[in-house]
Design a protein around this ligand. Structure first.
Ligand code: CU
Length: 330
């Protein structure tokens, strides 16, 4: 593909997007705002209106993507219990926005990979098999022996390795490949959320996972699309239904490459933000920012029902796919 800047690419993809006219409007709107060719106040709200539900230029509903939103359930504290996971590195072409395909390197076929969850003091056992064409590893954040760190034991194509260590400390973490060049192995799609539950269970909540990511579809070292959990605009096309009467808990991690900072902004309400999923630093706000590898837990008690947007407060990321909606019901 010809090398485009990310702004140019948006113009280029419009004819390629196998989408309805409103989706094309959405992409065209993005390009116009990105080029600063005047700000049409009267047109902007229509642009947003076109980004909800079936009009949002996302991919067809995907059970594999839907599964990433809901973590496995937390289990009670039971030191020594074994938690088994299998991760297989595979090279897969994935649809990252409507009609836009990306040659990803994945764990288990999606970027991000599956949510790994354990309770503190579980024995985490992750069997890794590399069916991709490049050497990979899994590097977990947390406390573990040096030989389980996923840096020195590089697993070649066809190779296998079992990572095994006690899960600690409790909090919100992440995992990713640590082969070199590191930036490439991460931005190609080898990353995911890693939750360690505290010995004393968290309060009941509707639990969600969001891994923030981006895709450099033209290979110029900048992201062309941004998202939570993979496809651009997915939660704009398929809003997330939550209950006003129950706390919504979001396990959030930033795995975006190239851009140093990403963020999460909620409309219409505030949330408690627990840095790294711990309790030492807690904020009450509607916007938090995350450096690469930064993560935390949000708890929202919606005061009202209705449709509320969430998105990066970097407007460009929003317009390139990192946006969605909560439908808050009684
Ligand atoms: Cu890798």
């Amino acid at each position: 593909m010809t090398k485009f800047s990310r702004k140019r690419l948006l113009g280029a993809v419009v004819p390629l997007v196998a989408a309805g006219p409103l989706a094309r409007v959405a992409f065209a709107e993005t390009e116009r705002s990105a080029t600063h060719e005047g700000h049409d106040q009267t047109h902007a709200p229509e642009g947003h209106a076109a980004m909800i539900g079936t009009e949002a230029p996302s991919i067809p509903r995907s059970p594999a993507i839907d599964a990433l939103l809901t973590p496995p359930p937390a289990l009670p504290h039971q030191p020594g219990r074994v938690r088994d996971y299998t991760l297989v590195a595979r090279d897969v072409e994935i649809e990252v926005a409507q009609g836009i395909y990306y040659p990803a390197w994945t764990y288990n076929g999606t970027a991000p990979g599956p949510v790994i969850r354990a309770t503190e003091d579980d024995l985490l056992r992750v069997q890794f098999r590399n069916e991709g064409e490049h050497p990979h590893t899994i590097h977990f954040h947390g406390i573990h022996p040096a030989n389980m760190d996923g840096v020195f034991e590089i697993i070649p194509t066809g190779g296998e390795f079992t990572y095994e260590f006690p899960a600690r400390p409790w909090g919100m973490h992440l995992y990713h490949c640590h082969s070199t060049p590191l930036k490439k192995h991460i931005h190609k799609g080898l990353y995911g959320a890693f939750i360690i539950d505290p010995p004393k269970p968290r309060k009941p909540a509707q639990e969600l996972v969001m891994v923030l990511n981006g895709f450099d579809t033209d290979g110029d070292g900048g992201n062309n699309f941004y998202a939570a959990n993979g496809p651009a605009f997915y939660y704009a096309r398929y809003p997330i239904r939550v209950s006003r009467s129950q706390t919504v808990r979001i396990y959030l991690a930033n795995l975006t490459e190239f851009d140093l900072i990403n963020s999460f902004h909620l409309h219409g309400d505030f949330f408690r933000y627990y840095h790294t999923g711990r309790e030492e630093v807690v904020e009450y706000t509607d916007t938090i920012m995350l450096c690469q590898g930064e993560r935390g837990i949000l708890e929202i008690d919606f005061a009202n029902t209705g449709r509320y947007m969430f998105h990066a407060h970097q407007s460009e990321f929003t317009e390139l796919g990192w946006m969605g909606f909560f439908d808050v019901v009684e």
